[in-house]
Write a protein that binds this ligand. Structure first.
Ligand code: ATP
Ligand code: MG
Length: 374
């Protein structure tokens, strides 16, 4: 009489051709039964359309038949559940769990700032790239995640060339000006547009957070696309404790939309760390200020957000219009590095220091009691 144990032992010699591990080890053998001289083997394939279906069936059949007393074999094919696949992936990672977003783990001390604006073109990316470079100059470990999937500009502004190095499914971010940076722009062929819907965008941001080896960061900056669309919501879901830094110009129309972008924080329960007014004025040769876009927008947004959110939202700085800032961005070296004495560089450095020296709040931080959903 063949036994279940003998048949299992025989099946342990069947190697999955793709995963290259015994099928008994990777959870593919669902059941083994003996009915007289008939062996009934339940096999769960990893996916419905498993290309190795035939091969596995043949090998299982042969293995079961090799057991003395087995005259016939019936194979009942099934497919692994999502949960089984998850377990398999974790097993293949050497017992390590699925990649997780390190920034939401209990005890993670990275400060996260999401740079947002209601309107496009106000200087979010310029501010992000320069804050990152300024903080790195101050000795902090800084990462930048370019969350502007459609309109990525971080690789250009930081002068990052090349792709992240891949180790299995882990990505090592390129480093420029001591800043680790990841952008969808590093993955798409030049000139090719990214046309994705919400779920893909969410997945991309999630992968940038979980699969990128950021290491131990003091600060992570996220360059958001303009407005309050899918990506801003994804960031709020994935990083509930990210604080929002609102960028506006002095113009009242821009200030109005900036305020809406900040007020979203009430719905996502994120906090707004402050407001930066960019393109505040243009310094003239005689030292006077030409207020190209009017004045007062930054303070107005800060005051209104303070009222709406019920917490102090300060105006953290005013960055003047500065040709060197634009040129530096185009050249891939942030102005705080290329022209540190320029008025724009000085203003940005000041904002960077205000952000890194402030007390960090616990609001929205994971205390380790909520399961992190992936
Ligand atoms: N303070 C400044 N002085 C001069 N030029 C600036 C300044 N800030 C930004 N710019 C220039 O303005 C343009 C828009 O800036 P940037 O791309 O940073 O804005 P953005 O808000 O990220 O835009 P988008 O909404 O398209 O992502 C760029 O060409 C940039 O170099
Ligand atoms: Mg931008």
């Amino acid at each position: 009489m063949p036994t279940v144990e003998l048949i299992r032992d025989a099946l342990a010699k069947v190697i999955d051709p793709e995963i290259r591990r015994p099928i008994t080890e990777i959870g593919m053998v669902r059941s083994v039964d003996v009915e007289g001289d008939l062996a009934v083997v339940g096999i769960d394939l990893t996916t419905q359309g498993c290309p190795m279906r035939e091969r596995i069936t043949t090998d299982v059949d042969a293995a079961a038949r090799s057991v003395a007393g087995v005259a016939d074999v019936r194979i009942e094919l099934g497919v692994m559940s999502e949960e089984q696949r998850l377990e398999l992936r974790s097993k293949l990672r050497g017992g390590k769990p699925e990649p997780v977003i390190q920034f939401t783990q209990p005890g993670n001390m990275t400060r996260i700032y999401a740079i947002a604006s209601g309107k496009g073109g106000v200087g979010k990316s310029t501010v992000t790239a320069n804050l990152a470079a300024a903080m790195a100059q101050d000795g902090l470990k800084v990462g930048v995640l370019d969350a502007d999937i459609f309109g990525f500009s971080i690789p250009g502004m930081l002068g990052v060339q090349g792709q992240p190095t891949r180790i299995d499914d882990m990505l090592l971010p390129p480093i420029a000006h001591d800043v680790k940076a990841v952008s969808i722009g590093m993955f798409v062929p030049e000139g090719q547009p990214v046309v994705w819907r919400g779920p893909m965008l969410h997945r991309a941001i999630e992968q940038f957070l979980a699969d990128v080896f950021w290491g131990d960061l003091d600060v992570l900056l996220l360059d958001l696309p303009p407005g309050t669309g899918d990506i801003a919501i994804s960031v709020a879901q994935l990083l509930p404790h990210a604080e929002i830094l609102v960028v506006t110009t002095p113009q009242s129309a821009a200030a109005g939309v900036a305020e809406r972008a900040g007020a979203i924080a009430t719905q996502t329960s994120q906090s707004v760390v402050g407001v930066v007014e960019n393109m505040a004025w243009l310094e003239q040769a005689d030292g006077s200020r030409l207020e190209v876009f009017g004045s007062g927008g930054g303070q107005t947004v800060a005051d209104r957000l303070t009222r709406v959110l019920g917490t102090d939202v300060p105006l953290l700085g005013q960055i003047p219009l500065d040709i060197t800032a634009r040129e530096a961005g185009d050249a891939g070296t942030p102005v705080v590095i290329s022209d540190p004495e320029s008025p724009a560089a000085e203003a940005i450095r000041e904002v960077a220091r205000r952000l890194t020296t402030r007390q960090r709040g616990l609001a929205g931080r994971s205390l380790g009691v909520t399961p992190v959903k992936r």
